[in-house]
Design a binder for this molecule. Sequence first.
Ligand SMILES: Nc1ncnc2c1ncn2[C@@H]1O[C@H](COP(=O)(O)OP(=O)(O)OP(=O)(O)O)[C@@H](O)[C@H]1O
Length: 301
Amino acid sequence: MTQAALKVDHLTKDFGHGRGIFDVSFEIHPGEVFGFLGPNGAGKTTTIRHITGFTKPGSGSVSVLGLDATTQYNQVMKHIGYLPGEIALPVNVSGWQFIHTMQQMRGVKDDTYLNQLLEMFDLDPSGNTKRMSLGTKRKLAVVTAFLADPEILILDEPTSGLDPAMQAQFIQFMVSEKRRGKTILLSSHIFPEVEATCDRIAIIKDGKIVSQVDANKLQNKDVKTYELFFKTVHDRDLAANELGGAKSKVGLKVKVKAAEVGDFFANQLKGRHITKLVEDKFDLESYFMNFYRTDKVFKTI
Ligand SMILES: Nc1ncnc2c1ncn2[C@@H]1O[C@H](COP(=O)(O)OP(=O)(O)OP(=O)(O)O)[C@@H](O)[C@H]1O
């Protein structure tokens, strides 16, 4: 089995009064985009600060490419590009000055990738950070975080503060980095950007992971669910006996493998007295809200 690019192993940091993170475990495989979802205060940033070595675990550990994130912090950071949720740029320097400092720190001598980033994010770094708009500051933070072209990107709510056009641009950036084989941890509240990019998703609530889900399964790519409504209850019961599925109040919910949808419509539904058919689209937002409405136990799809 290939080594995990990033492994969070039974990580606990107890701040007291129920705050912190508790027994958090997940792995991200090389080339995978992993979505980390949870409302404010759920524990996303605390988890990320352990990955970047800024916080020492109470118990448990984090490893990045087999290196311990706490004790081998310097080596780990060579492989990581980290975009924090709250940007703190140096004050009163030009964007270029900051870029050149980061290039020196990261040992970057070739400007090719930097120029691609500047173009992609339409950033002119000649202004002073003191007078930059929030959007320009975030763009500068993005460019400086990634100019060394690191293999692992840690993004803590990367599109907050960006206008819709820039948000779309950022999603495009993540998709293209994914194609280039990057491993990405994306902490986000924004469902469309998670849906557009992530292979797997973990939901964190009150410092604990309450669900890990395969994005394909969530988007019903493998299995479709249809709710069928019938002329009479007798018709419904007959279909239930023959097709299986779960009876709802007046209908029947049937799961069909994606590869068998053609046969389902052409043959299985033939001759039945169906009045209506609705595809049950189970999207990320409803899945996520489900966990926040009720106290669900851990669930893996
Ligand atoms: N240094 C600290 N000392 C005490 N409590 C802390 C500390 N850092 C975080 N917390 C608490 O731990 C919990 C998790 O916070 P964290 O910032 O990780 O959440 P989050 O999911 O990133 O939320 P947000 O989206 O608001 O950034 C919160 O209750 C927070 O108040």
